[in-house]
Design a protein around this ligand. Structure first.
Ligand code: GUN
Ligand code: ZN
Length: 428
């Protein structure tokens, strides 16, 4: 097949995980150019070689900009876009003070459409091409999000948030309606173009055992869907879960005993895990999602990235908008680096970039189609200017290799570093 575009720069692809490599940089390869057509990556190689093979392609030359797979954000709440950076509360108070009142507004489909588009504009400007989002309890919020993503040709995952207790009037469903509304959304959206559905019980404190059981039954009926929820984010939350589920062995057991633990389970935060929980999560090869700006912003704790990776866990990286304080995966990588430093285990730039692309794609079980620049993958790309501000430019000018150069952009970059974004083989 002939390519439509040849995009040249420093094209970064991963051959394997930089957490497995002897030295993290050995996991990565730099190429001169990537050829894309019909929404797919057709070839990587030298610019001259690709031009010879694809003489009709338009060449888009990005000089020495760094070209990566588009960022993948493994855990977000698009409905919290307008309340990001709300001051001074910890998790439960933050939910009650800021989040629930805002989520109430999504009963209005026009508002949901507005925020879905605003969120996708903001994240595209930050180089994020795929995300896994919670909706609100309103099925219309998921319709709004999927409709907006479909119009942009974007690969996204989302689900209706289910809550039938410990949430205000107007923000509760029932075990039956949560099941039926989620099933109807799966029928309407799951597998349509690039969209897929995640069954979404918010977290154990806001679901009765009956609702968790209904969610488990729904997942058993739709095993190809992801199931996303929150796990062990704050110590107060864990204590509350103990009082709500006195017979549970631990927090994870409140999911496990209702059929909500599995390989396609995606567990946000997962900071304060018991040994049994870690063992079970690894045994079933479930995904854990590190949300570092959220974990520091809401005061939750320090995710054990090094320990979990060494034990072979499947881990993704996420903003957790709007508990997280940024829409940017660059800022999120910087926060992951800082959390690693506080634990005495700093992450290499190659590991940070891998987590923000392939790691998150693996967590969402999408690594066969996105998250790397490799032949056959979908053409979602981000082009990074490694000298986007004077502060970054003067530091990267001193860099001795690509890792030092890109690390300055990871630590200090923002949407000004995003030179171009390609979604499904098309430029924005
Ligand atoms: N736990 C339950 N709901 C939420 C949420 O919306 N954000 C975060 N950070 N944690 C949660
Ligand atoms: Zn969350």
């Amino acid at each position: 097949m002939q390519a439509e575009y040849i995009i040249s720069g420093q094209v970064l692809s991963f051959e394997h995980s930089p957490f497995d490599a002897n030295t993290p940089e050995d996991a990565a390869r730099l190429h001169e150019a990537v050829a894309i057509g019909d929404g797919k990556i057709l070839a990587v190689g030298t610019k001259a070689g690709l031009r010879a093979d694809h003489p009709g392609a338009e060449v888009v030359d990005h000089g020495d900009h760094l070209i990566l797979a588009g960022f993948v954000d493994a855990h977000v709440h698009f409905p919290q876009t307008a309340i990001i950076a709300s001051w001074g509360k910890r998790l439960i108070d933050w939910l009650n003070s800021y989040t629930f009142p805002e989520e109430m507004r999504f009963a209005d489909r026009a508002y949901a459409d507005d925020i879905a588009n605003r969120y996708l504009d903001l994240t595209r400007a930050n180089g994020t091409t795929t995300m896994c989002s919670y909706g609100t309890i309103h099925p219309e919020s998921v319709d709004a999000f999927f409709s907006a993503a479909k119009a942009r040709g974007q690969r996204v995952i989302a689900g209706k948030t289910c809550m039938d207790r410990n949430a205000p009037d107007g923000l509760r469903d029932t075990p039956q309606s949560a099941h039926d509304d989620s099933a109807a959304l799966i029928a309407r959206w799951h597998g349509v173009e690039r969209l897929s559905y995640a069954i979404t019980p918010r977290f154990s404190p806001t679901s009765t055992p009956e609702q968790l059981e209904a969610m488990g039954a729904l997942w058993a009926d739709h095993p190809d869907c992801l199931m996303q929820t929150h796990l062990s984010e704050q110590t107060d939350e864990i204590a509350w879960v103990k009082t709500l589920f006195p017979d549970a062995r631990d927090y994870l057991d409140t999911y496990e005993s209702f059929g909500l633990l599995g390989a396609r389970g995606v567990y946000g935060h997962a900071i304060h895990l018991e040994p049994r929980e870690r063992d079970r999560l690894r045994e079933v090869d479930a995904a854990l999602v590190h949300c570092p700006t959220s974990n520091t912003f809401i005061g939750s704790g320090l995710f054990d990235m090094a320990g979990l990776m060494a034990d072979g866990h499947r881990v993704g990286l996420a903003t957790d908008t709007g508990g997280g304080s940024s829409f940017s995966m660059l800022r999120t990588m910087a926060a992951a680096y800082e959390v690693g430093q506080l634990r005495g285990t700093p992450l290499h730039a190659a590991q940070l970039l891998w987590l923000a692309t392939q790691g998150s794609a693996r967590a969402l079980r999408l690594d066969d189609c996105i998250g790397n620049i490799t032949v056959g993958h979908e053409a979602d790309l981000v082009v990074l200017d490694l000298a986007s501000t004077p502060a970054i430019a003067q530091r990267s000018a001193r860099a001795e290799d690509i890792w030092e150069a890109v690390f300055a952009t990871i630590m200090m970059g923002d949407d000004r570093a995003i030179a171009e974004v390609w979604i499904n083989g098309k430029r924005d």
